[in-house]
Design a protein around this ligand. Structure first.
Ligand code: 13P
Ligand code: SF4
Length: 351
């Protein structure tokens, strides 16, 4: 029964005391979210992971986040992901072999280590962050992407942005890069499907990845809602398509979305383009102020991998720790972690 699981989690947490800390991403389901000691978006949680003293960091989020916690914490600290199947489908769209191949192929046209900064969205595997560390690149999140891309352009003339084309395109556009100076790099095509001239012209090479949750939002959803709510505001996560971002009044990370709506005037109406668990929680929280928060799509757009972290898995992971057993530890190999830390630290120093 849900109440039993709740009680089991509370009891295990109490027994572990300060030895364990639970970090919870905003997309986590309510039954898990309420047990987290710290809530946040990817940027905030990676900062937290670097600052924790606890022996065990239990990450209620997805795989790449638990990897970041392992990389940024001290070697004796243990990062745990309650369900190992909680991955990120977008992160899986770029793998190290394909990125290294892209780098070699770019080398046929230009010297990538001279003229291209690799920028990986934090939603990526640790070996891609290590690649960026090694090649003068950096990590970004949706909260700091503009600052990070600006840093990248100050150093080299081009950026290879992976895995999310939408965040890369929106951020480039915010910095004044015309759409015609951005090109899609398709990792399944030789030379990314681009000609040498197209590669030479592009300032931003956008990996052909996307988030299966945010791609569900459509410009038509916004048009219909605006027709019925002409005085309302539209706010979207930058993993949404370019057209959706263009039609939105505000675009930003999960944390930005929460802060903007919580800080808005009472009685305002909002259409929100991001994950369903976050939107539902936010709608409940601001309802007492007469704020109306609606989800952008008529479909159920949930991050199904985040949803895999359920109270059963959380209780199981914590109870094992109480018994002295570590389950589902996420451990990044030391040499990879060292390079990945370089790219992550560059990001944290800038944001
Ligand atoms: P945030 O950086 O806003 O936490 O987003 C992470 C994510 O996975 C969004 O889909
Ligand atoms: Fe990955 Fe999309 Fe889920 Fe975010 S919402 S964790 S990008 S699949």
């Amino acid at each position: 029964r849900p109440e039993d699981l709740d009680a089991r989690i509370r009891a295990a947490k109490e027994k572990l005391g300060k030895r364990a800390i639970i970090l919870g991403h905003h997309y986590q389901r309510e039954e898990v979210y309420r047990h987290a000691d710290v809530h946040g978006d990817s940027l905030m949680l990676s900062r937290e992971a670097a600052q924790q003293d606890a022996e065990f960091i239990v990450f209620c989020g997805v795989h790449f986040m638990a990897e970041v916690a392992d990389i940024m914490s001290r070697p004796e600290q243990v990062s745990i992901l309650p369900d190992l199947a909680a991955g990120c489908s977008m992160a899986d769209m770029a793998d190290i072999a394909k990125v290294e191949q892209a780098w070699r192929e770019l080398g046929q046209v230009l010297d990538p280590d001279e003229s291209v900064t690799p920028v990986t969205y934090i939603n990526s595997a640790a070996d891609l962050k290590a690649f960026c560390g090694e090649h003068g690149g950096i990590v970004c999140t949706s909260s700091n992407a503009t600052k990070i891309l600006k840093w990248a352009f100050d150093r080299r003339e081009k950026v290879l942005f992976f895995p999310d084309q939408h965040l890369g395109r929106w951020t480039g556009y915010q910095l004044g890069v015309p759409l015609e100076d951005m090109a899609i790099w398709d990792p399944d095509q030789p030379m990314g499907g681009l000609s040498p001239e197209e590669i030479r012209k592009a300032r931003v090479l956008l990996w052909k990845g996307f988030c299966s949750v945010h791609q569900m939002f459509q410009p038509g959803h916004i048009d219909r809602w605006r027709a019925a709510n002409p005085d309302g505001f539209v706010i979207s996560h930058p993993e949404s398509s370019f057209e959706v971002c263009l039609k939105s009044d505000f675009v930003g990370s999960t944390d930005f979305i929460i802060r903007t709506i919580k800080g808005a005037e009472p009685g305002t109406k909002w259409l929100v383009g991001t994950e369903l668990n976050l939107v539902s929680r936010l709608a409940e929280e601001v309802k007492p102020e007469g704020k109306q928060v609606e989800f952008m799509s008529p479909m159920v757009c949930m991050c199904s991998t985040m949803f895999r972290i359920d109270p059963e898995h959380l209780a199981w992971a914590l109870e094992n720790l109480v018994e002295g057993k570590v389950v589902n530890q996420i451990k990044v190999p030391a040499d990879e972690a060292e390079l990945a830390r370089v790219a992550l630290q560059r990001m944290l120093d800038l944001s």
